[in-house]
Design a protein around this ligand. Structure first.
Ligand code: URP
Ligand code: ZN
Length: 465
């Protein structure tokens, strides 16, 4: 007798798409089956007419984040419950090294905040803000603690996050020797700060000036600079929240020189474009980098298909509509970031698969498999294979409904996808064999998730196809 059979769905595995039962015992996948195990199973989920994907791996969330004087609505409990509702079973969030403090200090602090709260499994990247001899000497302990990736901000000096160019290069050299991957928030601080100061001085304070003061060149230049540093340092590099088509090209060109260059894009860059900044509620779309053009979107989709981009993350930063509106009199006061952890899958299914931009196999790759493998979570996470954790999401490709802020998890007051007609909504999410969300109801409690000690990243460059 087995614990669970997800029966008769269209199952997306690394080797193909087939109609099968997924057999689960305890926390692990036993294998695929043609129906023999159903009779004796303790629980059967009927997936007839539905699609079964590996549980989502969202490698960029910011739960319980304070930024620009505001605090996210989602903490580790509500954020991970929203994730489960959206078919995501693993998140990788961030621990912050405060300037003047140690790396392990930041890591321990974040684990205290998260360990007994999470409902998904989770890992952490380390945000490094203070690169000095003590920081570099602490890196091996960070790796031993299961944190094998770093994020550096090339902007946000006012938030005490920015790392200078020299510091980034030194950090990449040290991290590269350990086999870590260094990710960047790639924007040119000098260009942005100067443009923002000029706009504010001219009284151009409306939310749309957030985007106007962060032109494409500020993102493109910073991506190229970070990749040059990675090349010199012999370090694998990852560009977080890449929005620009030219950025995809920069990754491809760096790879052609042998640089281990990787990047993600985010749900909102695929679904929304810069016309959002002409709306009366433009403050709701303030994030960095800002939304770009339809041409950029075309290149992002192509980059996902040919694996130049590793995947799609949410970059969930859940400032509520009320928070954003309360400071929208001046664009430089609006907290950067949008919610999205719950909508990554239906957006990708609808705009990707249903509209012919991605195959089902591509969807599994960008939603789960490639991010899991790059960030040292495979083979436990990221694929429906025997022996892996039984992390699964069952979606309904037929039922379609519009996104409504009131239907989503948590009092956010808006969704950036409000009104979009989406299909492929999750009907059941299974994390390590436990049914955690069903028909929109989350049953997983806080603390049911586990911290994941990640192995070093797999930075083998994929073959282009
Ligand atoms: O605007 C954004 N992306 N906010 C979240 C914080 C970050 O930079 O990742
Ligand atoms: Zn960022």
């Amino acid at each position: 007798m087995v614990d669970l059979v997800v029966a008769g769905g269209t199952v997306v595995t690394p080797t193909g798409v087939e109609r099968a039962d997924v057999v689960v015992d305890g926390e692990r996948i036993v294998g695929l089956d043609a129906g023999r195990e159903r009779a004796g199973a303790r629980r059967v989920i009927d997936a007839d007419g539905r699609i079964v994907l590996p549980g989502g791996v969202d490698v960029h969330t910011h739960f319980l984040i304070g930024f620009m004087g505001q605090r996210s609505v989602y903490d580790f409990t509500s954020g991970t419950q929203a994730a489960l509702r959206g078919g995501t079973t693993t998140v990788v969030d961030f621990a912050l090294q405060r300037r003047g403090r140690g790396l392990m200090d930041g890591l321990k602090h974040r684990r205290v905040q998260a360990d007994r709260r999470v409902a998904t499994d989770y890992g952490l990247h380390l945000i490094v803000t203070d690169v000095n001899a003590a920081t570099l000497a602490e890196l091996p302990r960070v790796v031993e603690a299961g944190v094998t990736s770093i994020k550096c901000y090339m902007v946000y000096e006012q938030e005490q996050l920015r790392v200078s160019d020299g510091a980034l290069l030194d950090l990449m050299a040290a991290a590269g020797r350990l086999g870590m991957i260094v990710g960047v928030h790639a924007e040119n601080a000098d260009v942005i700060d100067r443009r923002a100061a000029a706009a504010l001085a001219a009284g151009e304070v409306a939310p749309r000036h957030h985007a106007a003061t962060r032109p494409p060149v500020s993102e493109a230049e910073a991506i190229s600079r970070a990749l040059l540093f990675a090349e010199d340092a012999g370090c694998a590099a990852y560009v977080f929240h890449l929005a620009l088509g030219a950025g995809v090209d920069a990754i491809a060109r760096a790879r052609a020189r042998g640089v281990r260059a990787f990047a993600e894009t985010c749900t909102h860059y695929l679904a929304l474009d810069r016309s959002a900044y002409e709306r009366p509620d433009a403050s709701l779309y303030v994030m960095s980098p800002p939304l770009r053009t339809a041409d950029d979107q075309r290149l992002l989709w192509a980059g996902l298909r040919d694996a130049t981009l590793a995947g799609v993350a949410s970059d969930d930063a859940s400032y509520s509509a009320a928070m954003k509106r309360s400071v929208d009199a001046s664009f430089d006061k609006i907290p950067n970031g949008v919610p999205g952890v719950e909508h990554r899958l239906p957006v990708l299914y609808t705009l990707g698969v249903a509209q012919g931009r991605l195959s089902l196999a591509d969807l599994a790759e960008v939603f789960s498999t490639r991010p899991a493998s790059l960030f040292g979570l495979a083979p436990r996470k990221g694929a429906i294979v025997a022996g892996a954790d039984a992390d699964l999401v069952v979606i309904d490709p037929q039922a379609s409904r519009p996104v409504r802020a009131d239907d989503q998890f948590g009092p956010l007051g808006y969704s950036p996808y409000e009104g979009m007609e989406l299909s492929g909504w999750p009907v059941a999410t299974v994390r390590r064999g436990a049914v955690c969300a069903e028909a929109g109801t989350v049953t997983a409690a806080e603390g049911d998730g586990r911290f994941l000690e990640r192995t070093l990243p797999d930075t083998t460059l994929p073959a282009r196809h």
